[in-house]
Design a protein around this ligand. Structure first.
Ligand code: AMP
Ligand code: FE
Ligand code: FE
Ligand code: ZN
Length: 284
């Protein structure tokens, strides 16, 4: 059986393995096909491609920070996996750059709020943890761990820390604009963990139907943040709407406990994604 994991993070965002270590670990974990999908960046693509072990196919992608602004009392944040798009396409590349700049400003604001309350961490320290990649709350969590205030990344996401009290929202892409931008760059868009109620509010099924009309290609059903009932719901919805279903680990190295290949994608779904994309080829 072909083992396929289409959602993995490296140090180009909030993972803890470098892109080279990530592809090496993927092969060691028995994966045949894996994707690198860092938050709002293609910064890990070149290193992952150069280090790709013989026999491992590499799908280059990214996970875009998006928001749905319609229908609800306040906007709902969501993540879109974008696969095999042309990284040089100016509009999408510009969107990604804007998101990364906003992530820096937002993380600096969060650090400012913490420091105003006497928490002994610094923006320089957090920026060093991000090491040139997309900055995220897991990097601030690292500083809180270093300062001895929490023991784990998970604890740092509790409501008295980064989950609510010191939460600052990001400026995300409108999700319809994002789907269109990914398609215009020759990519394929898959909605990441669409029913993950553990992460907060989720969008209604009607929004997913509207996104399908706008060119969304698939839904990630098998993910650690989905309960069995949520997985079944996503599968049924995908069938209704004619969308492909994926499953993936959303591996983040030691920033999460989930392991590479913990959830996988069927070969026929992978084939459809690869066939629909025209931005860059699968490597290997
Ligand atoms: P940000 O992108 O800066 O808003 O931070 C969200 C990221 O933090 C997600 O992509 C996850 O990788 C990670 N994250 C969210 N919640 C948790 C948690 N409870 N434990 C560990 N990592 C988390
Ligand atoms: Fe993450
Ligand atoms: Fe995500
Ligand atoms: Zn992810």
């Amino acid at each position: 059986m072909t083992r396929i994991d289409l959602h993995c993070h490296s140090t180009a965002s909030d993972g803890t393995l470098t892109p080279a270590q990530l592809v090496t670990a993927g092969a060691a974990a028995g994966l045949d096909i894996m994707a690198i999908t860092d938050h709002d960046t293609t910064g890990g693509w070149a290193e992952a491609a150069a280090a790709r072990p013989e026999g491992l196919k590499l799908v280059r992608g990214a996970e875009l920070s998006c928001r749905w602004f319609g229908g609800a009392e306040w906007p709902i944040a969501l993540h879109l996996l974008a696969y095999l798009f042309d990284p040089a396409e100016p509009r999408l590349a510009g969107d990604l750059a804007t998101l990364r700049i906003d992530r820096e400003q937002r993380a600096e604001k969060i650090v400012g709020k913490l420091r105003a309350d006497g928490v002994p961490i610094t923006w320089d320290e957090v920026r060093d943890y991000a090491a040139g990649g997309s900055v995220g709350r897991p990097h601030i969590a690292q500083a809180l761990i270093r300062a001895g205030l929490v023991r784990t990344t998970d604890e740092a996401f509790a409501s008295q820390w980064l989950g609510a009290r010191y939460f600052v929202p990001k400026t995300d892409l409108d999700v319809f604009e994002a789907v269109r931008a990914v398609r215009a760059a020759g990519g394929v868009a898959v909605f990441a963990h669409p029913r993950a109620t553990v992460r907060g509010r989720v969008v209604p099924d009607q929004l997913i139907a509207d996104l399908a009309d706008a060119g969304l290609f698939g839904l990630e059903a098998d993910h650690e943040d989905h309960s069995p009932a949520e997985r079944a719901h996503v599968r049924a919805l995908a069938e209704d709407l004619g969308l492909v279903v994926t499953g993936s680990s959303d591996f983040h190295g030691t920033h999460k406990t989930v392991q590479l290949g913990a959830f996988t994608t069927a070969f026929e779904s992978y084939e459809k994604i690869a066939a629909a994309a025209s931005g860059v080829p699968v490597l290997g």
